[in-house]
Design a protein around this ligand. Structure first.
Ligand SMILES: NC(=O)c1ccc[n+]([C@@H]2O[C@H](COP(=O)([O-])OP(=O)(O)OC[C@H]3O[C@@H](n4cnc5c(N)ncnc54)[C@H](O)[C@@H]3O)[C@@H](O)[C@H]2O)c1
Length: 403
């Protein structure tokens, strides 16, 4: 396949996951790091003509008045989530990328997220449609300036409160008409969906790594089809839920009866602070909780808690207690503790998703990229939650992709 320069547009570009992804990309481009943690580097994908890291160029949107260097320094100060030497070596590239980060929108994100925004972002008065047009102009400017063949948009912004799909028009023409009516305040689409519309309307693939609404509404999924582009989400599967979807099939396949599954999550970065708002938290708890019933075929009693414990920073601990019944009804218990550095678990997946998505788009895959299910807690359009089977879907897609 011919080589092209490809853009990665990160929404939430100065957040922890975005910063770790950018530092990771720079380190890979310079040959300063190996490929541990990168799924796309597994032998099963080596026959695919995936683009080398050097072909990618980053920009994005954010709402806060900070810098990438500051975010990276914070991650390295946070008990070495990033190596301070590496941050220093990447400083020139981070500063250059920072100049390409534009002001995002806080339309319908809820107070907790809006409070993070710089005053000028909060003060901006625009309709949802005007916001979409402005976000598109930023993306197009980057594509033009850097002479990019395509742009892959990845949503990495703070988790928005849940949204009731019932209020939305079912088709893209109806949704577009409503958006264009300036006076329409009833169509209060959250920012994540405005970014999705901005990207997909221009034919750019859109990946939602967060539990926010994004491209989930049927009308926006239809837009992706109409513009012959692709998308996938939502909510990256990086830690506790990853382990859950590996363990639950074991209980199911040994015919053990899971009576209850309790998961307590504690961490203390900015994501945790946003999730401390019960509204924002409920979006996350839903995606973390729904996997078990689907794998086991019945619904054990479950509890998922997420607490903000500031001293832990980016280091998340999940403690899970699984109470199950074996032969002759004998009760037994399994417990596990997962301690991971949240952003460093997520960053390689973001890079893998971009690489796979860009290749899929080149191959002609359109609409939902269901073969990417193993990357998500709530894979759109996929009922399968068993991690092993989801990974098989990816491997089979790669086999079919042999050129
Ligand atoms: N392992 C993981 O870290 C993991 C796993 C799955 C999902 N996620 C999700 O990924 C997202 C990012 O996580 P994080 O740890 O980087 O969070 P973070 O709080 O460090 O970063 C979020 C960034 O988004 C920006 N932002 C917020 N609203 C925005 C908007 N409307 N437009 C543009 N920018 C906006 C913030 O200013 C911030 O820079 C969260 O939604 C999180 O739940 C993370």
């Amino acid at each position: 396949m011919a080589r092209h320069r490809v853009g990665i547009w990160l929404v939430g570009a100065r957040g922890s996951v975005a910063t770790a992804s950018i530092v990771g990309l720079v380190a890979l481009q310079k040959g300063w790091t190996g490929d541990v943690g990168l799924v796309s580097r597994l032998p099963v994908f080596q026959h695919l003509p995936l683009s080398p890291w050097q072909d990618f160029c980053v920009a994005g949107h954010d709402i806060r008045a900070t810098s990438l260097v500051e975010s990276a320094s914070q991650l390295s100060a946070d008990r070495g989530a990033l190596d301070p030497q590496l941050v220093k070596r990447c400083q020139r590239e981070l500063t250059a990328i920072d100049r390409r980060i534009c002001q995002g929108t806080v339309l319908h994100v809820g107070e907790t997220i809006a409070d993070l925004a710089a005053p000028e972002v909060r003060r901006r008065r625009e309709s949802p449609w005007e916001a979409v047009r402005r976000l598109q102009a930023d993306m197009q400017q980057f594509v033009k300036q850097e002479q990019l063949k395509q742009l892959v948009v990845v949503h990495l912004a703070s988790t928005e409160p849940p949204f009731d799909l019932g209020q939305l028009p079912a088709t893209w023409p109806d949704m577009e008409r409503m958006l264009q009516k300036r006076a329409t305040q009833r169509l209060s689409l959250p920012a994540s969906s405005l970014y999705a519309i901005a990207a997909l309307d221009l034919g750019y693939p859109y990946i939602n790594f967060t539990p926010s609404l994004g491209a989930a509404p049927p009308a926006i999924q239809q837009l992706a089809q109409l513009r012959e582009t692709c998308h996938m989400g939502c909510d990256g599967k990086t830690g506790e839920t990853l382990v859950k979807t590996v363990l639950a099939p074991m209980f199911a396949n040994r015919h053990l009866d899971v009576m209850s599954w309790v998961g307590h999550n504690i961490f203390g970065n900015m994501d945790a602070r946003v999730l401390d708002d019960p509204q924002n938290k409920s979006s996350k708890v839903v995606t973390k909780d729904r996997v078990l019933g689907s794998i086991l075929g019945y619904a054990p009693q479950t509890l998922v808690s997420i607490e903000n414990i500031a001293s832990l920073g980016d280091w998340k601990t999940a403690w899970d207690h699984i109470h199950f019944r074996g032969f002759l009804g004998t009760p037994m218990t399994m417990q596990f503790v997962w301690q991971g550095c949240d952003s460093l678990l997520a960053a390689p997946l973001v890079l893998d998703l971009v690489r796979f998505t860009w290749y899929a788009w080149q191959r002609g895959d359109r609409g939902l990229l269901t073969f990417l299910a193993s990357f998500f807690k709530h894979p759109l359009g996929v009922a399968e939650h068993d991690f092993g089977r989801q990974f098989q879907m990816l491997a089979e897609w790669a086999q079919r992709s042999t050129v």
